[in-house]
Write a protein that binds this ligand. Structure first.
Ligand SMILES: [Zn+2]
Length: 135
């Protein structure tokens, strides 16, 4: 086990979280490597200091409140949810706008086909041909 590998595991080693076999391998490395031993000593001091801190008491309901905030702020409503949230008046306005759009499209489509001289060319072809741009 090399120094880099040992140092990545020193926090877990100092906290006594490693399996016995892996902790023994680190102990063996520390017995031969003064640099890692010094690092391990600092890690143990840090771990001991952190263990003297008082335990944090999480307020009741914090997890549920956090989940609720994430749901309301991060999740985007789908189209079905959006539709259900609309009032009846707004649903009517959306349907009216959609119908008006369809009607405009139908009227424009009919008008453009009448403008074309041979009923197959589009408006741009007609305009280009009238201005000598289009052969
Ligand atoms: Zn080392």
């Amino acid at each position: 086990m090399g120094c880099d590998e040992v140092r990545k595991r020193l926090t877990a080693w100092a906290d006594g979280e490693l399996p016995p076999r892996e902790a023994e391998r680190i102990d063996h490395h520390l017995s031969r490597c003064p640099a890692c031993r010094l690092e391990a000593h600092g890690q143990r001091q840090l771990s001991a200091a952190l263990n003297t801190l008082p335990a944090v008491i999480v307020p009741a309901g914090l997890a549920e409140r956090t989940r609720r905030v994430f749901r309301t702020r991060l999740e985007r409503p789908g189209l079905a949810q959006w539709w259900q949230q609309l009032s009846l008046v707004m649903r009517g306005a959306v349907c009216g706008a959609a119908l008006a759009g369809l009607l405009c499209g139908a009227v424009l489509g009919t008008s453009l086909s009448r403008l074309a001289p041979d009923n197959t060319a589009n408006l741009y072809q007609t305009l280009y041909a009238d201005n000598g741009i289009f052969p």
